[in-house]
Design a protein around this ligand. Structure first.
Ligand SMILES: [Mn+2]
Length: 359
C-alpha cells in the first residue's frame, strides 16, 4: 500500500503551517490528487486535513467507498454529509493553529470559513505544494512516462488521417480518439490543431479551417494517465510541394526550431539555472538564418509538468532557481510568423543525475 508520509514531509518542510487543509470546491484541487493518489471519484467539496504524519479525508457517503478502495496508508476516511458536523471536525483541528491553505486555488469564502472556525491565522501553502511537486518521485516518473508513450503513439498514427478538406476540429477529435484508444484517461488540455497561418498563434483553438496541400499541420496535445500529464507538439507538412518557396521556408523554420530544442536540452542539467535553457534556445533562434527569426520566439521555453500541465515553475528568462534531478519540464521552442504560420516542437524532459533526457 502507498504511504503518503514522504509527500507530507516534503510539503511540511516548506511551510510553517501546523496543519494544512486542502478543500475541493466543485472542482478538485490538484494537491488533493497529489496527496491522495486517487484516480477515481469526483470528491466535490471533500476536505483533506493534513498533518506531518497523517491525513484525514472527510467525504460524503457518495464517495466514501471509492475513497476506502483507493486510500493510501496513514489516511483516515470519515464519512460525513452534514455541513455542521464537518465544521465541527474542522474546528477541532484548526482551533488556535496556523493553518495552511492553497491560496492559488481556494476561493475567499472557503478560506474565511476556516478562519471563522477558529484558526489562529491562515497562511498560503501553495508554494510548499509547488516546491514538493517540482521533484517527481519514481512512482510519478513511471506514470509520466506512460502518459508520454500514449501521446507519442497517437502522434505516430495521426498522419494517416491527414486528408484534403478535413477540418482542424475533426482532426483534433481524431487525435483525442487515438489517445483514448491507446489508454489515456483523458486529455491534459484541449488539443490544439492549427493549419498554416493559424499556427502563427501558439494557442489557436481548432476551428472549421480545412486542410489544403502544402500546409503546416501543428498539433499540440497531451494524454492524461492516472492523474499525470504529457504535453507534446509536432509540426508536419501535408502533401508538401517540395519545389515551392513556401516549403523551403517551412523547412528552414523547422530545422531552426529543432536545433534550438536540442541546444536547450544540453543546458538542462542538475545545478543549471532554469533560465539557461531558454536563453540558449532564444539566442539560437534570434541569430539563425541571418537573423530573420529575431524576436519570433514569443513564449517561454517550457513549464514544469506533472499533475497539472503547468504545475509550478518553468524554464524562462525570469526563473533563477537551480535544476535538480527528478524535475520534469517541457522543452518547446517555436517560431511564429504572423500571416504565414508557425512551427513548434515540444517534448517533455526529465532532469537526471547526468543531464536530461526526453521522457
Ligand atoms: Mn507545453
Amino acid at each position: 500500500m502507498r504511504s503518503i508520509v514522504g509527500r507530507l514531509s516534503k510539503i511540511f518542510g516548506h511551510t510553517n503551517a501546523d496543519v494544512i487543509i486542502v478543500m475541493n470546491t466543485g472542482i478538485i484541487d490538484s494537491n488533493f490528487l497529489y496527496i491522495s493518489g486517487f484516480t477515481s471519484g469526483i470528491f466535490e467539496d471533500s476536505v483533506l486535513l493534513l498533518k506531518r504524519k497523517s491525513a484525514t479525508l472527510i467525504t460524503s457517503e457518495l464517495e466514501y467507498y471509492t475513497a476506502l478502495q483507493q486510500k493510501p496508508n496513514n489516511m483516515r476516511v470519515i464519512k460525513e454529509n452534514s455541513k455542521d458536523a464537518i465544521d465541527s471536525i474542522i474546528r477541532e483541528q484548526v482551533s488556535g493553529r496556523t493553518v495552511g491553505i492553497n491560496g492559488s486555488f481556494l476561493p475567499y469564502g472557503y478560506a474565511k470559513r476556516i478562519l471563522e472556525l477558529g484558526a489562529k491565522r491562515i497562511i498560503d501553502a501553495s508554494g510548499a505544494f509547488a516546491e514538493a511537486r517540482l521533484v517527481k518521485d519514481p512512482g510519478e516518473i513511471a506514470l509520466m512516462r506512460k502518459a508520454n508513450a500514449i501521446a507519442k503513439k497517437a502522434f505516430a498514427e495521426i498522419p494517416k488521417y491527414f486528408k484534403e478538406g478535413i477540418t482542424e476540429k475533426k482532426l483534433a477529435a481524431q487525435f483525442d480518439y487515438l489517445m483514448m484508444l491507446n489508454g489515456a484517461d483523458g486529455q491534459s488540455f484541449q488539443t490544439i490543431v492549427s493549419f498554416d497561418k493559424n499556427a502563427a498563434m501558439p494557442h489557436h483553438m481548432p476551428d472549421s479551417t480545412a486542410l489544403k496541400p502544402n500546409s503546416i499541420v501543428l498539433i499540440d496535445a497531451g494524454a492524461k494517465y492516472m492523474n499525470y500529464c504529457s504535453d507534446i507538439t509536432r509540426t508536419f507538412i501535408f502533401k508538401p510541394e517540395k519545389s515551392s518557396e513556401k516549403y523551403a521556408r517551412i523547412i528552414d523554420m523547422y530545422n531552426t526550431v529543432k536545433e534550438a530544442q536540442a541546444r536547450a536540452l544540453r543546458e538542462i542539467k542538475p545545478g543549471a539555472l532554469a533560465s539557461a535553457p531558454h536563453i540558449a534556445a532564444e539566442h539560437y533562434i534570434n541569430t539563425a538564418s541571418n537573423g530573420i527569426y529575431n524576436g519570433k520566439f514569443i513564449h517561454s521555453l517550457g513549464h514544469s509538468i506533472g499533475i497539472d500541465v503547468h504545475d509550478g515553475l518553468g524554464l524562462s528568462r525570469g526563473y533563477k532557481f537551480k535544476l535538480r534531478p527528478g524535475m520534469v519540464f517541457s522543452d518547446e521552442p517555436g517560431i511564429y510568423i504572423e500571416g504565414f504560420g508557425g512551427i513548434r516542437i515540444e517534448d517533455d524532459v526529465i532532469v537526471t543525475e547526468k543531464g536530461a533526457a526526453f521522457m
